[in-house]
Design a protein around this ligand. Structure first.
Ligand SMILES: [Fe+2]
Length: 180
């Protein structure tokens, strides 16, 4: 069954590279949802999450901070909460969608299918240059084994964070502990 094709909101602030990334994430979510025969409402939620998640990532840091005043995270991580708050201010009423977008850079133990799929698609989309083969294999596996792939992606992202010397934020630690 066809689902409605979402697009960027009018308040989006994205450059051409970001737009291309967003399109690849949405395309992956589209293909996964089709392969999994998701109910149309859920499939549409996955696609909206893909289109929205980075939709103001190229906004000035000051604007992101003012949209997410509750957040003292590094500026790289502010766009998720900023988009989530913007959506709520615009009248969005789907808590699963807002939760998926809010936590997509960090991880969240309370996620349902949308948050998990977005987190995986953001990492597995084919435009990223590292480990192309390994990530393509995980992307292909996702429709059959979404939970196993999600766990693998969380593990890889936690390992990368630790190797890079970034602090592991509490929501990320909680998510990882829930999957071990
Ligand atoms: Fe992204």
């Amino acid at each position: 069954m066809l689902v409605a094709a979402p697009a960027l909101p009018i308040w989006a602030q994205v450059g051409p590279k970001r737009l291309a990334h967003i399109q690849r994430v949405a395309a992956l979510l589209e293909s996964w949802g089709a392969a999994m025969s998701l109910p149309p409402a859920e499939h549409e939620r996955w696609l909206r999450a893909g289109w929205l998640h980075d939709s103001i990532k190229d906004a000035p840091t000051g604007e992101l901070r003012s949209l997410a005043p509750e957040c003292d995270w590094d500026e790289e991580l502010l766009h998720g909460p900023a988009v989530a708050n913007k959506l709520l201010a615009e009248g969005e009423r789907d808590p699963e969608l807002v939760m998926a977008v809010r936590w997509h850079s960090v991880g969240c133990v309370g996620w349902r299918s949308t948050g998990k799929a977005l987190y995986c698609a953001d990492y597995l989309e084919p435009g990223r240059s590292f480990d192309r083969e390994g990530r393509a294999a995980l992307a292909e596996r996702f429709p059959k084994e979404p939970d196993a792939v999600f766990r693998e992606v969380v593990m890889r992202r936690v390992e990368w964070t630790e190797r890079s010397g970034w602090p592991l934020l509490e929501p990320t630690r909680e998510l990882w502990n829930s999957l071990r």
